[in-house]
Design a protein. Structure first.
Length: 256
């Protein structure tokens, strides 16, 4: 039987909530350009596949995904849909409020959209915890893979690079067209990196300007990084690492 909440009747949902021990997983991503070789829904697919496997292993309730994210810098290319962060925060708050009303008071937000979504998700989580008395965790693959990315030989976090591409190749191979990938190597910038695993001093990330995004669009179809180095085997190892950690987070909440 599917673990997705939207596939259940209300009676089945009631039983699933009971079995979940109060834990719900909410996948959140974006719809935005991912260069020539990946679908615009990549970020949401990433959150969905991690959440689905963890829910299957733990009995947590898995809600329908929030497909959209804050993507103003990707509006330079068609297919991108960007939603204001304050709207996303309020939408997600209402989702959490609904879950809490039905007994799901331990919420995990899976962020598939890298650090651009994190700020509004933090604001939403703080408001929900303060006003609803629930617990909210933010599970972000970039932060939650520090122990594995360097062992796998992945390059730095960019956009549609070898990390995202490898993960998609492992989980959604029919949606990946690696033959179309164009590399756009990431250059070091003094005191600045968008990579959460970066070990040196760095400023906090600010979404790219349209001018910067246009340069990447013209050079590589919107990619930053080296997707040509991607492969499904490393993508599966990366995926398994994320699922293992998400399962630990779910079980800790279930036992709390």
């Amino acid at each position: 039987m599917s673990v997705w909440l939207q596939t259940k009747s209300w009676e089945e949902a009631k039983e699933a909530i009971k079995q979940s021990k109060g834990v719900a997983i909410v996948p959140i991503g974006s719809v935005e350009q991912h260069s020539y070789h990946l679908p615009v829904g990549t970020d949401t697919y990433v959150a969905m596949t991690i959440g689905e496997e963890a829910a299957e292993k733990t009995g947590a309730v898995l809600t329908p995904p929030v497909w959209f994210g804050w993507s103003p810098h990707h509006m330079v290319l068609p297919g991108t849909l960007t939603i204001r962060p304050e709207v996303l925060s309020e939408l997600t708050y209402d989702i959490i409020k609904s879950l809490v009303a039905h007994g799901l008071n331990k919420i995990i937000l899976i962020n598939g959209h890298r650090i651009v979504n994190v700020v509004w998700m933090q604001l939403c989580a703080q408001k929900a915890q303060s006003e609803l008395g629930c617990t909210v965790k933010i599970f972000d693959p970039a932060y939650m893979s520090k122990d594995i990315v360097k062992k796998l030989g992945f390059g730095p976090v960019g956009h549609a690079e070898e990390i995202e591409t490898s993960h998609m190749m492992a989980r959604y191979p029919d949606l990946v067209h690696l033959e179309k990938a164009v590399d756009n190597p990431i250059k070091d910038a003094p005191l600045y990196s968008v990579d959460p695993t970066y070990e040196h001093d760095t400023l906090c990330y600010v979404p790219s300007t349209l001018e910067h995004a246009k340069a990447a669009a013209e050079k590589s179809g919107g990619c930053t990084g080296k997707p040509s180095k991607a492969d499904a085997e490393r993508g599966q190892i990366y995926h398994d690492h994320l699922v293992e950690n998400l399962v630990k987070v779910v079980k800790d909440l279930q036992n709390s």
